[in-house]
Design a protein around this ligand. Structure first.
Ligand code: FAD
Length: 302
C-alpha cells in the first residue's frame, strides 16, 4: 500500500480587500487539512513586509506552523538584522531564506550577496536574542545549552537558476551545498514539470554531500495563462501537450486538467520525495483536490 505523503502550502499576502476575503476562507480550509507548515511569500525589496507579517500572525493564531520567506537583496546587514528581529519578535521561528531577485533599476544589491549569508544572519540574530540557558552543574562549572530555536529553509533549482547559466546543475547543487553548510535544514524546489528533473537533481545533490530534505515545489496548472507564467518564472518550457489541453478549455475543464496533471506528477514523486509543497495562489479548492487525489487527505470535495 502506498504511504500517505506529507504536504505543505505556500500563500502570498493579499493585495486588496476582496483578495483578503478569499485568503481568509482558503487559509482556514488549508490549515484544517493538516499541513506540515505553511509558507508566506515576501515581496522583493520588502514591498509586502506588513502584509506578510499579517498572514503569518493569522497562521500563528491558527497553530499552523508558519514559515516566513525573507529576501535580503538591497539590504545592509543592519537592515536585514532588524527585519529578522521583527519577525522573531512576532513569534516566527521558521524561515525560507532567499537572496531575492536583483533590482532591475540598478539599485544597490546590498551587503548580503547570497541566501547562504541570510541563513547565517538569521541564526546569528536569533542567538543574540536567546542567551544560553543553564541546565545543570558539574562540579564548579555551569552546564548550559541553547536549543536550536529557528529552522531555516532555502530554495533549490532542479533545472538551474536563471542567473547561473545553461548546464548549471552542478553549480546549483554547489550553491545548495553552501546553504546547507550555512545551517539550512530544508530545501524547497522551484517548480518543474518532469519528475525526472527532480530525481536527477536529488541524486546529484546526495552524491555531493547534501543530506537535508529536498521538498518539491509544485504548481497546479489550472489555466494556460498560469502554466505559461509559472514556466517563465522558473525559466522552464511549459509541457506542450498540457498547454494544448488547457488552451481554450472552459475554466472548470481547465481546473480539472490541472488537478489531474498534478496528481499524476505527485504520484510519480511519492517514492522520491519526503513531502510536497503546493504553491496554492491562495486558493484551496484545487490544492485540496490534488491531496485527495493522491490519498494525503480524505473526505468529499469543497
Ligand atoms: P541564492 O541561492 O543566493 O542564489 C541563486 C542562484 O544563483 C544559485 O542557485 C546559483 O546558481 C547562483 N549563485 C549563487 N551564488 C552565486 C555566486 N556566488 N556566483 C554565481 N552564481 C551564484 N523571491 C521573492 O522575492 N520572494 C519570495 O517570497 C520568493 N520565494 C521563493 C520560494 C521558492 C521555493 C523559490 C524556489 C524561489 C523564491 N523566490 C522568491 C525567488 C528567489 O528570490 C530568486 O530565485 C532569486 O533570484 C534567488 O534567490 P536564492 O535564495 O535562490 O539565491
Amino acid at each position: 500500500m502506498s504511504h500517505c505523503l506529507p504536504f505543505s502550502f505556500e500563500l502570498f499576502p493579499p493585495r486588496d480587500a476582496s483578495a483578503t476575503d478569499t485568503l481568509d476562507d482558503s487559509l482556514a480550509r488549508l490549515v484544517a487539512a493538516g499541513p506540515s507548515f505553511v509558507s508566506v511569500t515576501y515581496g522583493a525589496s520588502g514591498s509586502t513586509r506588513d502584509g506578510s507579517l499579517a498572514v503569518l500572525r493569522q497562521l500563528l493564531a491558527a497553530d499552523a506552523r508558519p514559515m516566513a520567506h525573507l529576501t535580503c537583496v538591497g539590504l545592509t546587514v543592519r537592515e536585514a538584522s532588524v527585519l529578522v528581529r521583527d519577525f522573531l519578535d512576532a513569534g516566527i521561528t521558521r524561515f525560507l531564506a532567499l537572496r531575492g531577485d536583483p533590482p532591475v533599476d540598478g539599485a544597490p544589491l546590498g551587503d548580503l550577496g547570497s541566501a547562504s549569508e541570510l541563513v547565517q544572519l538569521i541564526q546569528r540574530v536569533e542567538a543574540e536574542r536567546a542567551p544560553y540557558r543553564e541546565i545543570g552543574r558539574e562540579g564548579r562549572s555551569v552546564v548550559a545549552e541553547r536549543p536550536r530555536a529557528v529552522e531555516v529553509a532555502v530554495a533549490a533549482f532542479p533545472n538551474g537558476h536563471p542567473g547561473s547559466g545553461a548546464g548549471s546543475a552542478r553549480h546549483d547543487v554547489d550553491a545548495l551545498l553552501a546553504k546547507q553548510a550555512a545551517g539550512a535544514t530544508l530545501a524547497i524546489t522551484q517548480l518543474f514539470f518532469d519528475p525526472y528533473d527532480y530525481e536527477r537533481f536529488v541524486d546529484l545533490a546526495r552524491s555531493r554531500g547534501i543530506t537535508i530534505p529536498i521538498v518539491p515545489g509544485i504548481i497546479i496548472p489550472d489555466s494556460a495563462r498560469r502554466l505559461v507564467r509559472a514556466a517563465e518564472l522558473a525559466n522552464e518550457r511549459p509541457p506542450a501537450a498540457l498547454l494544448a489541453a488547457l488552451d481554450g478549455a472552459s475554466p472548470e475543464d481547465a481546473e480539472r486538467i490541472g488537478i489531474d496533471a498534478t496528481v499524476a506528477l505527485v504520484d510519480e514523486l511519492r517514492h522520491l520525495a519526503p513531502s510536497v509543497h503546493l504553491y496554492t495562489f491562495n486558493r484551496h479548492r484545487a490544492a485540496l483536490e490534488v491531496l485527495r487525489g493522491v490519498g494525503s487527505i480524505a473526505g468529499a470535495s469543497a
